[in-house]
Design a protein around this ligand. Structure first.
Ligand code: FAD
Length: 401
């Protein structure tokens, strides 16, 4: 029997760990239940940190931990899923095509930035969405330091005033000073279509976010969209033109394109609708998880967000359940009651909220300490030590905040 997992993000990593954990608990050998993970690289990209400087350092190796738990790593990109034949066709880095069969498949291909068809965005826009994007932005910013401080060199426009846009923007004043020099007069401007900053964060945290932006000197343009970009800068839907050489697009993500091949219902983000076991209904043997899936978290109408916190736990449930079906043991319905947000606010600290109503629990330095611990410890893969790695993947305990 073979369980295939596509994707080495937070969801894929925990699907591998939890399926291997259940296999071990059931006393089944890797020869009888083969678990394999397909991804272009055997590394976890620590996406939630990609707004930070030195993005090239923000990956963690996975080969040793996969080896320790007897999960095979298959290098490649999944190109086609044949749900009738139960096969996945992959392309290896050398361009070779391979077909792999599965008895159960976990689609954990995550998400990627959605770039709308705005004139100039493809040529002039940057982002902090993928490792390559974040490295390109960092290189660009360092490259600007060799140019004269004119024509908006020291201005960065961040398009999107949601979670990612705020984290990117609040990190930038210090980051730019580090590159252009302490005396530089940098400007960071967030452009947000809605009439309020952080539209999803609600009334409680918003004044604290606004206060942090004020302290950092980050400007805001509300009720304005990006109309076009060119070499001279960005033009907003209000007609305002801002001179800048750097526009960071942070306005929306979609599930990775592979999900479109599965003939099932999807939401507006392209996420596959899944049942409580994270199975794709009507598609034999296929589970979806993390940012690739839309799953109910509880019985109160809350759904998992495209977040690391949800992806990690959903990964653990999906892997466990895919293995459970093959091993003939009961599955465990996914549930995730606790929901917190920890928003980095750069030199203004951070903000920690609990619950779907986002009750503020910590601000400033204390919240910042928590954010640093989340970002440098909690979200990294477990050590490559078999017993500890398997123990870390009990679905009921993963991301139990
Ligand atoms: C700047 C930024 C800040 C963020 N901050 C936070 C935060 O503070 N808190 C939070 O909870 N979340 C945050 N997030 C969101 C979080 O990073 C994602 O929700 C999370 O990464 C989703 O995990 P995932 O495993 O589903 O997908 P991903 O992490 O996207 O991983 C997907 C994996 O699938 C692989 N893959 C994709 N397609 C294929 C294919 N065809 N074949 C093989 N492999 C494939 C990819 O290479 C990758 O390994 C942030 C994201 C960004 C970009």
């Amino acid at each position: 029997m073979r369980l295939l997992i596509i994707g080495a993000g937070f969801a894929g990593m925990y699907a591998a760990l939890s399926s291997a954990r259940l296999r071990e608990i059931q006393g089944v050998s890797p020869d009888n239940l083969e678990i394999a993970l397909i991804a272009p690289k055997p590394t976890l990209v620590v996406r939630p940190r990609l707004y930070e400087p030195k993005p090239e350092t923000l990956t963690a190796p996975l080969l040793d931990v996969l080896k320790a738990i007897d999960v095979d790593y298959i290098q490649g990109s999944a190109e086609t899923i044949d749900i009738k034949a139960q096969t996945v066709q992959i392309t290896t880095p050398k361009g070779t095509r391979k077909t792999l069969s599965y008895d159960r498949l976990v689609v954990a291909t995550g998400s990627r930035l959605f770039r709308p068809n705005i004139p100039g965005l493809a040529e002039h826009g940057f982002s902090v969405d993928s490792l390559d994007d974040a490295i390109a932005l960092d290189k660009h910013l360092h490259g600007l330091a060799d140019r004269p401080a004119v024509n908006g060199r020291d201005t960065v426009v961040v398009a999107g005033g949601g979670f990612t846009g705020i984290e990117a923007a609040t990190e930038l004043p210090a980051r730019l000073r580090g590159i252009f020099g302490k005396e530089s007069r940098t400007r960071v401007i967030i452009v947000e279509r809605n009439s309020a900053i952080a539209p999803d964060m609600g009334e409680g945290p918003r004044p604290l976010i606004e206060d942090a932006l004020r302290k950092l000197g980050v400007e805001i343009r509300l009720g304005a969209g990006v109309a076009s970009l060119d070499k001279s800068g960005v033009t907003l839907s209000t007609g305002e033109h801002i001179e800048t050489e750097t526009v960071v697009w942070a306005a929306g993500i979609r599930a990775a394109p592979l999900t479109a091949q599965i003939p099932a219902e999807r939401d507006n983000f392209g996420r596959l609708l899944v049942d409580r076991d994270l199975r794709v209904p009507g598609v034999q043997g296929v589970f979806a998880t993390g940012d690739a899936a839309r799953a109910a978290c509880d019985d109160e109408g809350n759904y998992a967000l495209m977040s690391c916190q949800h992806a990690t736990r959903m990964g653990a449930f999906a892997g466990n359940n895919a293995a459970a079906e093959l091993l003939g043991v009961p599955t465990k319905p996914y549930h995730q009651k606790a929901y917190v947000t920890c928003l980095d606010l750069g030199e203004a600290g951070a903000l920690f909220t609990r619950g779907w109503e986002r009750k503020v629990e910590m601000v400033g330095d204390i919240a910042k300490k928590t954010k640093q611990e989340i970002n440098t410890v909690w979200i990294y893969p477990p050590k490559a030590e078999r017993a500890a790695a398997l123990a870390s993947a009990d679905p009921e305990r993963v991301t139990d905040l």
